[in-house]
Ligand binder design. Structure first.
Ligand SMILES: Cc1ncc(C[n+]2csc(CCOP(=O)(O)OP(=O)(O)O)c2C)c(N)n1
Ligand SMILES: [Mg+2]
Length: 325
């Protein structure tokens, strides 16, 4: 992997982290009136997968999609404006945090209903196959979405049709307040189940941005060579509460110790240590990456503040009316 790619992956994680931590910081101003599911701690997958996908590859995502959107090349001001419910938002202020859509970067939508975007992603893959395009459809899912019936149906369909689909599972071990251990059988790893359903599958460290990037690139290349769908499970951890800006380790569903153990495996810190050792990053470069990110984030919030609310007469207008798909 070249030096430039390594720095880009690191910088992308820093940017995603700052965007979300700024949302958390400003959330109590009551200007962001939609629920927000932050992915602080999970930035490696967003940065790496987003960079491994090409612009023409399409992605669908979940309620926790800020990082996925920004990783895919999403526009920060338009995302923040969307969360502010403003007309300048990527979904014209009608969707909020859980309904980000931006066709210009191939981000085909996130939805609040768990599992809802899985068959949409398969449909995109089917269209690509029929059109003989050389692109892929990436379906982001959490470990909880695996338990939805539609996941099994979609995996079966994609395997049977050899569709150009990448299933990208961020296993953060929780679905709201329920740990994986009370939801899925012991000793039955998710990726093993999917492998048995007919899709080549892999499990890896979701906090190692370089490993995620390499594995995702390799899988995309196999899919593009006609190798059929792939399933990647990356283990990671969300630092903040399921929904909202706070920490919630005090409410009893997980321990502070578990959280601290994962915090030590902070994907940004791990990448920083590696790149400092390799003399790719310096203290000065880290400072300038952070400074640049701060400028971008400040600008995005200013844009959102200034953008008007959607007009009443546009309430029932399709935001993509007239757009060619
Ligand atoms: C069909 C459906 N069932 C339940 C919910 C409530 N719900 C919202 S997010 C969520 C957790 C999903 O967990 P996971 O897929 O692991 O994603 P994570 O929140 O960990 O990123 C649940 C159960 C929902 N939105 N839709
Ligand atoms: Mg989860």
């Amino acid at each position: 992997m070249d030096v430039d790619t390594k720095i880009k992956l690191y910088s992308k994680m820093v940017l995603i982290r700052l965007v979300e931590e700024t949302i958390a910081e400003k959330y109590d101003q009551q200007k962001m009136r939609c629920p927000t599911h932050l992915s602080t701690g999970q930035e490696a997958v967003s940065a790496a997968v987003g960079m491994a996908l090409q612009k023409e590859d399409l992605a669908v995502s979940t309620h926790r999609s800020h990082g996925h959107y920004l990783g895919k090349g999403g526009n920060i001001p338009r995302m923040i404006a969307e969360i502010y419910g403003k007309e300048g938002g990527c979904s014209k202020g009608k969707g909020g945090s859980m309904h980000l859509i931006d066709l210009s970067v191939g981000f085909m939508g996130s939805t609040a209903i768990v599992g809802n975007s899985i068959p949409i992603g398969a449909g995109l893959g089917l269209a690509m196959q029929l059109e003989k395009s050389n692109n892929i459809s990436c379906i982001f899912v959490g470990d909880g979405a695996i338990e939805e019936g539609v996941f099994a149906e979609t995996v079966n369909f994609c395997a049977q049709r050899n569709l150009p689909v990448l299933f990208l599972c961020e296993n953060n071990f929780y679905s709201v307040y329920s740990s994986l251990s009370v939801r899925q059988p012991k000793d039955r790893p998710i990726y093993k189940m999917v492998e048995a359903m007919g899709i080549k599958s892999f499990k890896g460290n979701g906090n190692d941005v370089f490993g995620v990037y390499q594995k995702t690139l390799e899988s995309i290349s196999k899919i593009k060579d006609g190798g059929g769908p792939r399933f990647l499970e990356f283990e990671t951890y969300r630092w903040r509460e399921h929904c909202g800006p706070n920490y919630d380790n005090n409410i009893g569903y997980r321990t502070e110790d578990e959280f601290l153990e994962w915090k030590r495996k902070d994907p940004i810190l791990l990448a920083e240590i590696k790149l400092l050792e390799q003399n790719i990053l310096s203290k000065e470069l880290i400072k300038s990456i952070n400074q640049k990110a701060k400028e971008q984030v400040d600008e995005a919030f200013q844009f959102a503040e200034k953008s008007p609310f959607p007009k009443k007469e546009d309430a029932f207008k399709d935001i993509y009316a007239g757009v060619e798909f």
